[in-house]
Design a protein around this ligand. Structure first.
Ligand code: NDP
Length: 519
């Protein structure tokens, strides 16, 4: 099959009045359609249940985005059955045909781009540009993994001794469970689902409970793209119930999880226990949290650094695994940098994400709201509050809005410098010198993203070797990894280092088989 080279999906230019008008129209259409109900989808059939998950707009919790059926164990069993039946056929599809299905899906996502992005603006409080980037990443995953499958379908280049016809090739594994988070509710959902699918597996998707509507719309896109029934089964429900049940199920072959450290470790532990009738060691891919740091050296361009810090710390309210939550600044420029960052932060406008003039929206849900405020209280005992520090007036009833918050003079071992807060809270830490800065940066259980601002070649090169993170950025912000450009995944307790959007990713969902025939 002839395909053009991979290119990242371009972001929408919201400076263009026509694009703004189009996006506003999409928001209006999505709003007019709010409140729909979405059943489970098992083997292509819509299955309704008594239980309901109600998804609300975090900027206005009275506004219901939609309701989604809540699956129980019997539905999980049915979904497994359907996925196993579909596996028998889907696994035999030609890899190129599976890739073609992903390209078609990419085209459907592209056609529905603004609608999907607008849904995320309302369901999870993404700013227009953040939502647009989320959808673009979902499209990129389809285009990238499709091409990857075509590449990997070729047998391995091996030595062929005389008299032997030998080959090694990949085969799919079986039925997998996909458990994505709410923070990239389309991109991560699509990436973690379609990679195993293009590799020939079938899956059960248990979407995050805060963002089930965008997940249901993704299921519509799969149908529109003509995916065979049962290849992807849609099973919303509480992670601790239906999720754990399937994690432990002996017929689940692999689990593709992205989420918090706590849940990732629990899944890893539960999945490791052999169950009666189980025939394999489950493969667990667990991509988890971060406590990402930006180091600013005494020779850095401080204005650039301040701009990068504010974007990395407060974009999408700091709710990215890659978000900057620690600034480690050389003592010589610490005060000046702090002042620049605080000034920029005070200029951030907080309000509903659907208004593009707002830089920051509400945090995702009530749990997030309470957790972030608890950490702000902890921070008040651990650092010097320099800006922010509370919820907006009227919250939470009028939306889960929290001010962008900065604490200065935080001890590197303080809780707010060690634990993932996952909200708009930034800790400033003073370093004696670059050695000290690197030491502090590496001293958490995580190792996801990091950034260094410096004009020194020597320092930048040292960071390449010694800053122990899966995604390192030099003289730029630490968020916004692009598929096929910056394969993404961390070290240590940030996860299993599955590099999403890279050249090693699909192999995680396949087995390699060697066949040798004597001639
Ligand atoms: P959670 O860990 O709370 O939830 C993630 C998913 O796991 C949800 O679908 C959730 O379902 C499900 N889940 C919860 N408990 C269980 C359980 N006991 N068994 C099985 N499944 C369960 O994470 P968040 O959704 O809050 O996402 C934010 C986290 O994700 C942050 O820590 C962030 O750093 C991390 N993340 C990591 C990325 C990476 O690439 N390393 C990328 C993006 C985010 P339910 O919603 O029903 O509870």
């Amino acid at each position: 099959m002839q395909r053009t080279d991979f290119r990242n999906e371009p972001f929408t230019n919201f400076q263009d009045p026509e694009e703004r008008r189009r996006f506003q129209a999409a928001l209006d259409r999505v709003r007019a359609d709010l409140g729909r109900h979405y059943p489970l989808i098992i083997g292509g059939r819509r299955v309704d249940t008594e239980g309901r998950i109600v998804s609300v707009n975090p900027a206005n919790p009275q506004e219901v985005i939609g309701t989604v059926a809540r699956a129980g164990r019997q539905h999980a069993d049915q979904a497994l059955e359907a996925a196993e039946q579909a596996f028998a056929r889907w696994s035999r599809f030609d890899p190129e045909a599976r890739a073609r299905a992903l390209f078609r899906l990419a085209a459907v996502l592209r056609r529905r781009k603004h609608e999907l992005s607008a849904t995320m603006v309302l369901e999870v409080g993404k700013q227009w540009s953040e939502a647009d980037a989320d959808t673009a990443e979902a499209i990129d995953f389809c285009e990238w993994y499709g091409r990857e499958m075509i590449r990997l379908a070729k047998p391995w280049p091996l030595y062929r001794p005389e008299g032997t016809d030998n080959e090694t090739f990949y085969i799919p594994m079986g039925v997998g469970l996909v458990i994505p988070p709410w923070n990239f509710p389309l991109a991560i959902l699509v990436g973690t689902t379609m990679a195993p699918v293009v590799a020939g597996n079938t899956v059960i998707v248990k979407p995050a409970s805060s963002t089930p509507v965008i997940a249901a719309k993704f299921m519509e896109c799969l149908e529109e793209a003509g995916f065979p029934e049962g290849v992807v089964n849609f099973l919303p429900g509480p992670g601790g119930e239906v999720g754990e049940y399937l994690v432990q199920h002996p017929r689940i072959r692999f689990i593709n999880f992205t989420g918090s450290l706590e849940v990732g470790l629990r899944i890893n532990e539960l999945a490791a226990k052999m169950q009666p009738g189980q025939k394999w060691i489950k493969r667990v891919i667990a991509e988890m949290g971060g406590k990402d740091a930006i180091i600013v050296c005494d020779d850095a361009d401080l204005d650039e650094a301040a701009a990068g810090i504010v974007q990395s710390a407060f974009g999408f309210q700091g709710q990215k695994c890659s978000a900057c939550s620690r600034v480690i600044a050389d003592q010589k420029i610490y005060d000046e940098l702090l002042q620049k960052v605080v000034e920029r932060t005070r200029n951030l406008k907080v309000g509903p994400a659907e208004d593009p003039d707002n830089h920051m929206g509400a945090v995702a849900d009530e749990n997030q709201f309470r957790k972030v405020l608890e950490y702000i209280e902890i921070g008040k005992g651990e650092g010097r509050l320099v800006t922010g520090g509370s919820a907006l007036a009227g919250a939470p009833e009028k939306g889960y809005f929290i001010e962008p918050t900065i604490f200065a003079d935080v001890d590197p071992k303080a809780r707010i410098a060690q634990e993932e807060i996952f909200g708009p809270v930034l800790a400033f830490i003073k370093a004696r010198d670059y050695d000290h800065a690197l030491e502090i940066a590496n001293d958490t259980v995580y190792g996801l993203t990091g950034s260094v601002y410096s004009r020194s070649r020597e320092r930048l090169e040292r960071a390449r070797r010694e800053f122990y993170v899966g995604n390192l950025y030099l003289n730029r912000k630490c968020t916004g990894a692009l598929v096929g450009v910056e394969p993404f995944g961390g070290f240590n307790l940030s996860g299993t280092n599955a590099k999403a959007g890279g050249t090693d990713y699909l192999q995680l969902f396949m087995l390699a088989k060697s066949v040798s025939e004597r001639l």
